[in-house]
Design a protein around this ligand. Structure first.
Ligand code: SF4
Length: 69
């Protein structure tokens, strides 16, 4: 599962990379946001990010997502 790190303003390079439609620009935080329930964890968004603002974490680290996918 992809997780956004706490970095400065979002550039949006990752938007459009997700085949699961899990990345959307969130106007309230002025950054792309990841829907963790629909994220497959493929890492495509991470490879698109030149600021290293996205990393992958195991689903089991978040109890609410253990049974997702
Ligand atoms: S890891 Fe893959 S599925 Fe998850 S948000 Fe990134 S591109 Fe989408």
């Amino acid at each position: 599962m992809a997780r956004r790190r706490k970095v400065g303003p979002g550039c949006g390079e990752c938007l459009g990379r997700c085949h699961f439609n899990s990345l959307k620009y969130e106007v309230t935080i002025d950054k792309p946001n990841i829907d963790h329930l629909s994220c497959f964890g493929c890492g495509l968004c991470m490879t698109a990010c030149s600021r290293n603002a996205i990393n992958l974490v195991g689903r089991k680290t978040l109890p609410g997502l253990v049974n997702a996918w």
